[in-house]
Design a binder for this molecule. Structure first.
Ligand SMILES: Cc1cc2nc3c(=O)[nH]c(=O)nc-3n(C[C@H](O)[C@H](O)[C@H](O)COP(=O)(O)OP(=O)(O)OC[C@H]3O[C@@H](n4cnc5c(N)ncnc54)[C@H](O)[C@@H]3O)c2cc1C
Ligand code: FES
Length: 253
């Protein structure tokens, strides 16, 4: 993990209220695992805390993240100009560690939770991915070409404007008989992850499942305890340092 001053290379609108931001670091990024994230300053000096985003692409000295504008920090980032300097801390967190024996991976993503899943699919050529992605509507859909690299790819929307009117968890469960899953990985809003946990339990599905959590963060490096989440054994974990990826049965959702 290192902290460097990056230079904004590109900011681009890729869906309703969603931007892709590429920054150039002074040195090559090195290896990044899908699900790892970075913490980036917003360029607005009134906001001291950096903001966390899943790394979508890391190539040479360039790193790309995609983000939805939520509040002041992401609004400032959407306004960044080519050449602006932003401080970046990376790579952070554990990322998705796929077991070597798992060859067929089911990928479930919802909304902005799809972003950390992209490098998993692009970076593990020895695996087959069966991907189920859900958006609110057509206007929110993005990066579909990245997910099309999967062995099988299904996109659904809440209103049916692309694919069936459904959510990503249901889309997988309906197709479950057609897919041999050695492992499931998922990232999305808490309601999606909760539904996944409940459904897996109710249906007696014991396939190992990893989920990436999103908590409000401060330092991003395990020091401030802003991001703690509850574990099912009663202990607590720091999402930034111990996660953000956990076994679905290990954490309270
Ligand atoms: C490990 C990790 C990876 C993430 N990856 C992405 C990503 O790839 N793309 C993306 O769009 N977003 C991602 N997020 C969420 C993103 O960090 C927040 O949306 C962002 O920090 C909000 O900053 P803001 O200043 O615009 O909003 P604020 O003004 O700080 O808050 C505005 C709203 O955003 C919500 N919010 C703030 N922080 C978070 C958070 N950490 N998670 C969820 N909601 C939050 C607040 O509850 C509030 O409703 C990630 C979060 C984590 C922890
Ligand atoms: S954000 Fe500070 S400990 Fe996780």
């Amino acid at each position: 993990m290192k902290e460097v001053i990056s230079t904004v290379k590109e900011v681009k609108l890729i869906a309703d209220n969603v931007y892709s931001l590429t920054v150039t670091l002074p040195e090559p990024v090195g290896e990044v695992r899908g699900g790892q994230f970075l913490n980036i300053s917003t360029g607005d000096s009134s906001r001291l805390l950096k903001r966390p985003f899943g790394i979508v692409k890391a190539e040479g000295c360039d790193v790309t993240v995609c983000f939805q504008v939520k509040g002041g920090g992401t609004l400032a980032l959407a306004d960044a100009r080519v050449g602006d300097k932003l401080s970046v801390l990376l790579p952070l967190g554990n990322g998705f560690i796929l077991s070597e024996n798992a060859k067929n991976i089911v990928v479930i993503g919802g909304g902005v939770g799809i972003f950390p899943l992209v490098p998993v699919i692009c970076g593990n050529k020895d695996k087959k991915f069966y991907t189920y992605i859900g958006f609110r509507n057509k206007g929110c859909a993005c990066l579909l070409d990245e997910f099309e690299k999967s062995e099988k790819f299904t996109v659904v929307t809440d209103d049916g404007s692309i694919g069936e009117k459904d959510n990503a968890v249901n889309a997988y469960l309906k197709d479950r008989e057609n897919v041999r899953a050695d492992m499931i990985i998922a990232c999305g809003p808490p309601v999606m992850l909760r539904a996944l946990k409940t459904q897996l339990k109710d249906k007696g599905i014991t396939t190992p499942c990893l989920v990436s959590l999103e908590e409000r963060m401060g330092c991003g490096i395990g020091a401030c305890l802003v991001c703690v989440c509850g574990k099912t054994d009663g202990s607590r974990a720091r999402v930034c340092k111990d996660g953000p990826v956990f076994d679905i049965n290990e954490v309270e959702l």
